[in-house]
Design a protein around this ligand. Structure first.
Ligand code: FMN
Ligand SMILES: CCCCCCC(=O)C(=O)O
Length: 371
């Protein structure tokens, strides 16, 4: 490895930004762009992180919090902290450890992992790597061939996954200019391990060896409506969450359809460029959900303090996306474990300095919103 590509020693990787810099050095340029990029002019991508930067935390003194307890319970499971890993396609693009490396790291900390429809390793192998105590959810795209979506849902239930997450913001992939300019293709040796090649798209349609965008237009169902939530719940017996909700209208639609939870997300700025930051949509969704189901957030979370802000504004927990692939790229499974530990440590520090002993005690009085 050339000096330019060298990753600093593990002990020098101290926050998300360090992992991001390390990943930028080791990843091929087109892979970096695929992961880091967003749709259109990347306005929503930029807004996600910027939104956290405009919220201030309110310090409290002599609050005798001792050692805060970061654990929470979600849909009957214990999470070591209100932090999980968002669904991300093709972890092997970042490192050969792939999803099982990420799962091993999540399992070590008791944090949940949402496995992508486009995972590069089999669902059962990922389940085994995570160990028994960490929750695994499977994210589903809605395929034109409904048997593909339904087959994955049944397989997840059989493999011991705890929930399904239907992504509602992707009738097809957003227009990602970096990928178009690079003519990005997923390298041939990295496969969507849980999809059968002949079932992914209609006969004659684009396959996963074409560009991801072309494949999504051919394989995903742009006519899908909210009935998918009930169908997947009935056939799998698992709770079904809706990911990609940004409005009160979609929150109500998800609840009417029987969703067991909502993930406020703009897909990391990769779908509708010009959509608001996920953090800025959180309040509207939390209000519309009326406490009936847990509300999660992803998009722009780059530190434990960001997680704290989302909790203060009503999120049950947050999911982290790109930084996990950066940590995987930088140092495989140990890198992801270190990143997750750092995030949990930052959250703990924020709880101590703001005087919160438990996660449920964190509320809007802990933050100051921009005027
Ligand atoms: C490389 C990459 C792959 C992704 N793959 C999926 C996916 O397969 N399914 C999905 O629902 N979301 C996918 N997402 C979106 C993430 O789940 C998540 O919404 C987003 O990355 C969160 O924003 P953050 O990266 O700023 O943390 C992907 C995002 C990236 C960057
Ligand atoms: C047809 C390949 C789709 C990969 C989807 C990954 C994803 O959601 C992303 O945002 O990228």
């Amino acid at each position: 490895m050339s000096e330019a590509a060298a990753v600093p020693p593990r002990a020098r990787l101290l926050d998300c930004a360090d992992f991001t810099d390390a990943a930028r050095r080791v990843l091929p340029r087109d892979v970096w762009d695929f992961i880091a990029g967003g749709a259109g002019r990347e306005r929503t991508l930029a807004a996600n992180e910027a939104a956290f930067g405009s919220v201030r935390l309110r310090p409290r003194g002599l609050s005798a919090v001792g050692e805060p307890d970061t654990a929470i319970r979600v849909l009957g499971d214990r999470w070591g902290a209100p932090l999980g890993i968002a669904p991300l396609a093709y972890h092997e693009l970042a490192h050969a450890d792939g999803e099982s490396g990420t799962a091993e790291a999540a399992g070590a900390l008791g944090l949940p992992l949402v496995v992508s429809t486009f995972a590069s390793q089999p669902l059962e192998r990922i389940r085994a790597a995570a160990g028994t105590s960490t929750p695994l959810w499977l994210q589903l795209y809605c395929f034109r061939d409904q048997r593909v979506t339904d087959g994955l849902a049944r397989r997840a239930a059989d493999a011991g996954y705890q929930a399904l997450v239907v992504t509602v913001d992707t009738p097809y992939m957003g227009r990602r200019l970096r990928d178009l300019r690079n003519d990005f293709r997923v390298p041939a040796h990295i496969r969507p391990a849980n999809l059968e090649p002949d079932r992914q798209a209609p006969p004659g349609g684009a396959t996963d060896t074409d560009s991801p965008s072309a494949h999504s237009r051919s394989a995903f169902c742009p006519d899908q409506d909210w009935t998918v939530v009930g169908r997947l719940r009935r056939l799998s017996g698992l709770p079904v969450l809706a990911k990609g909700v940004m409005t009160a209208q979609d929150t109500r639609a998800a609840l009417s359809a029987g969703a067991a939870g909502i993930v406020v997300s703009n897909h990391g700025g990769r779908q509708l460029d010009g959509a608001p930051a996920a953090l800025d949509a959180l309040g509207e969704v939390v209000t519309a959900a009326e406490g009936r189901v847990p509300v999660f957030l992803d998009g722009g979370v780059r530190g434990g303090a960001d997680a704290f802000v989302a909790l203060a504004l009503g999120a049950t927990a947050v999911f982290v996306g790109r930084p996990v692939l950066y940590a995987l790229a930088a140092d495989g499974a140990p890198g992801v474990r270190r990143l997750l530990s750092l995030l949990c440590g930052e959250l703990t520090d924020t709880m101590v300095f703001t005087g919160h002993r438990t996660v449920p005690s964190i509320d809007a009085t802990a933050v100051e919103m921009p005027r």
